[in-house]
Design a protein around this ligand. Sequence first.
Ligand code: M6R
Length: 612
Amino acid sequence: MCGIVGYVGKNHGVDTILEALSRLEYRGYDSAGVAVLHDGQIQVRKKAGKLQGLVDHVHKHPLIGTIGIGHTRWATHGLPNETNAHPHSDSTGKLTIVHNGIIENYAELKEKLISKGHEFKSQTDTEVIVHLIEEHAKRMPLEQAFRLTLKEIRGSYAVCLLSADEPDRIFGARNGSPLIVGIGKGESFFASDVPAVLGRTRRVWYLNDGEVVELRASGPKITTLDGKLLKRQPTTIKWDLTAARKEGYAHFMLKEIHEQPTAIEQTLFNRLKPETGQITFNRSTRAFLDALKPQEKIIIIACGTAYHAGLVGEYMLEEFANIPVDVDLASEFRYRGAMLDKNTTVIAITQSGETADTLAGIRLAKKQGAKIFSICNVMGSSIARESDAVLYTHAGPEIAVASTKAYTSQVTALTLLTLYLAKKRKRFAPARWKQLVRDFAALPNVIKKALEKAPDVKSVAAKYAGCRNFYYLGRRYNFPSALEGALKLKEICPLIHAEGYAAGEMKHGPISLIRMGWPVVFIATKSPVYEKVISNIEEVRARRGDCIVIASEGDSHIKRYADSLITVPETEEIFSPIVSAIPLQLFAYYVAVANKCDVDQPPNLAKSVTVE
Ligand code: M6R
């Protein structure tokens, strides 16, 4: 959601910025812009639509300069058009900014600025920031004006400021929206995320809220909002750009679906030890988990796909570890007045570690004395840094907006957590434990086998690609799978409406819509509720709905109930959401491709939702 880039160095600024912006495209955006300083003049180019439009525009109307800022905008205030695209300039054209976030008090600030003679060109909240800096800079040095402005604006921001009078430096700051600094050789960067700078440097600073950075080619300087100098060691990024490239796959989503055996292996690496039958974590995670008291209550908070992973976690933590669990959408948790105390552990699940609602949720929980444990993919992200303990999923960068490998590695991490806590609570006979550990370790291979069925899923998808409404139904561990399958389809296929339900809920309403040919995807793998799911399939068939059934391999009984059958290897129920995710993801992918949808960057969606 909005990508920010800032650059100071000796290279061609605009090319560097455009290339960095292209690596942030996965975040989702609807317009793009760039501003470069040369000979005391800032020149701005903007375009609505895809970044390529801006690239073509810049080719026709070239820019030169070795210092500049760039932006991909995801509209919050004002239409996604060229006027509202960033960068935004002050009245004189000497100050230019890019911003990610929402300024909550922009309306009142705008009114005051208008009364002082400022004229606004856009409908954005962002434009007030640059006018406010301009206003303050009439009476004080620019840096001071920038800091004062940051103190006056309310809301979330990652912001970069370029001034025509400051040819050697850019200022940047963050509060609630991600911003990193890349430290290169003779060049420095601001960016919303690491892939933007990876081609040029691996040394980064992750900024905290309330920090201000002065970026120069010779290096960055970091201070508090009040100007106190801070010391920070750079983090060295271990993964490289090849991990963020398509490598022959038609889409990132397909690549990431196929990366799941490896992603799960990485989540399990050094934690699940089948040879000794142990599950182990690093010291801090272990210390956190070992300190959990028997009366502990867990609240899982997350958004979207991560929320579905949380629902799977609820089933397993309650069944295996005997711990009471609530799962909340982070956006609701923040406002529902949950009763928390020191005996509550809040588990935040997040791929990006930057989701605004989840971040606000953990901050609120912390204030009320709860302990925070996060399951996160992005190292050094805001949520990871603000948690008492973190279990990293190590799934590698996920670029496609639709979450796939992040989901299955989140469920894998929750399974590790569950089995660890359950074992500590002596919930298993040794033979049962041995069998679970063995099956868990075999999971990456099971996923490989499920992926081999991609051609079957593709032909089933071809059969239903013209349908415009789908239901997804499942029970117990595969109820969240039904929600997740439906979410995958509707997010990457904007033409299609898909709804996931607990299969037992059908009779309480949704069944009224079933009529001839209405496609219903059932997750009917072997489990204690298998027979119940078969009854639900019967109910749909009785109304002449079309049943697409995901079943366990070797289940010959189910064939007679399925209009279309997709099989997956049979597993223990606890592992089944991970396995059933594969055909669900592939089905959504192939339906989207058949409908010529923009699979990796669906309209209106952003990879990382950093505003409320
Ligand atoms: O980065 P997070 O895991 O916190 O993101 C949460 C959701 O925005 C995310 O899972 C979203 O629902 C996915 N795009 C769905 O595929």
